[in-house]
Design a binder for this molecule. Structure first.
Ligand SMILES: [Zn+2]
Ligand SMILES: [Zn+2]
Length: 357
């Protein structure tokens, strides 16, 4: 549950109104309302009683917010922290409503999304400073891009209307197909009945050869009818296969820029630059030789070459780092650095001793 730090929504207790202490046990219809100003839940009676004469301060102890009756609503989510985040996201999305086609490249779009998410995060979980800064940023953006936002909203409404129209059309088509199928069924049944009568009639006249001919004719007709039906249904399928899939782009595809294979290191060159490794097995040292040959060391998969290349890497990895540049503002950094250096030199010596112990 949400912690009770200031500004965070309280955890809801759905059985007792924290304001008037009415219990659900005594009042089955107890309904809790919240106000997006502070998300303090209280029962509908309290809201009606406290805010009947206009805006008033939230009855929660220590809450300075002035609330209006009109803004109260029933929470959709049981967890009010979620309710608050969803409200904020909805508000942010109404202002930052750009979409991918508005951007030159996917990278730009992603950067925009990142920026919006940063702002949203500050609104949701930032401290009061961050929150008021994010609010100001949002107001600023809204003021500067008012016309674009309105335009985008209009487009969204239109595309929503189009989607609804498409859905309605698809539903209509399905209904028509069902009706057609039902009519064809009825027609076929009537035809069957007629044919059966025909056969009975010919049988009744007693002419066996004539009857057989009729039956053959019927069978042929049926087979032909089946083929015809199959052809017709496949035709119908083809006609109705222009399914509408939501979310597909109608306009031409943005040209895909070939950026080559994905580089997890972001262009970082991992090749050795300051030294080259010679043939590692040519390096002779009593300890290393022991590690190469002693089976109780080698059996675990220990590789002396691995050790040597790591030792070389560590020996060179401090080069090109200038402490003067790295040092931030003065004392704190130096003291910490000194402690860290002391600690590492200790462990380094220890490591030296028991490398091949
Ligand atoms: Zn109450
Ligand atoms: Zn409150």
């Amino acid at each position: 549950m949400a912690s009770q730090r200031p500004g965070a929504p309280p955890s809801p207790n759905t059985d007792i109104c924290p304001v008037c202490k009415t219990m659900r046990y005594l009042n089955r219809d107890l309904e809790f309302l919240i106000n997006p100003e502070c998300y303090h839940p209280m029962c509908a009676n309290c809201v009606a009683r406290i805010f009947a004469d206009g805006p008033a301060q939230c009855p929660y102890a220590g809450c300075q917010k002035t609330l209006r009756k009109k803004a109260f609503k029933a929470a959709y989510f049981g967890n009010l922290a979620v309710e608050r985040e969803v409200d904020i996201r909805r508000r942010v999305h109404a202002v930052f409503n750009k979409e991918e086609p508005d951007f030159e490249s996917l990278a730009d779009y992603n950067a925009y999304l990142e920026q919006v998410e940063e702002l949203t995060f500050n609104l949701v979980s930032g401290n009061p400073d961050q929150r008021s800064k994010a609010e100001a940023e949002m107001r600023d953006w809204e003021a500067k891009h008012k016309s674009e936002i309105e335009e985008r909203r209009r487009q969204a409404r239109e595309s929503e209307a189009q989607r609804l129209a498409r859905e309605r059309e698809a539903k209509d088509a399905a209904r028509r197909r069902r009706l057609d199928a039902a009519r064809e069924d009825a027609e076929e049944k009537a035809r069957d009945a007629r044919e059966r009568e025909e056969i009975l009639d010919t049988l009744a006249t007693g002419d066996a050869s004539h009857a057989r001919a009729t039956m053959q004719k019927v069978a042929l007709k049926k087979r032909g009818q089946h083929r015809l039906d199959a052809a017709r249904s496949s035709l119908l399928d083809a006609a109705s296969s222009n399914l509408s899939i939501r979310g597909l782009k109608k306009d031409k595809k943005r040209e895909a820029v070939d950026e080559g294979p994905y580089d997890p290191f972001g262009g970082l060159d991992l090749a050795l630059q300051r030294y080259t490794l010679g043939p590692l097995d040519g390096y002779r040292n009593d300890w290393v030789d022991a590690a190469r040959s002693r089976s109780d060391i080698v059996v675990g998969g220990y590789s002396a070459e691995e050790y040597l290349s790591r030792a070389m890497f560590e020996a060179f990895s401090g080069m090109g780092v200038f402490i003067e540049d790295e040092k931030g503002d003065g004392e704190l950094a130096t003291r910490e650095a000194a402690q860290a250096a002391a600690a590492t030199s200790d462990t380094a010596q220890k490591m030296d001793v028991d490398v091949f112990a």
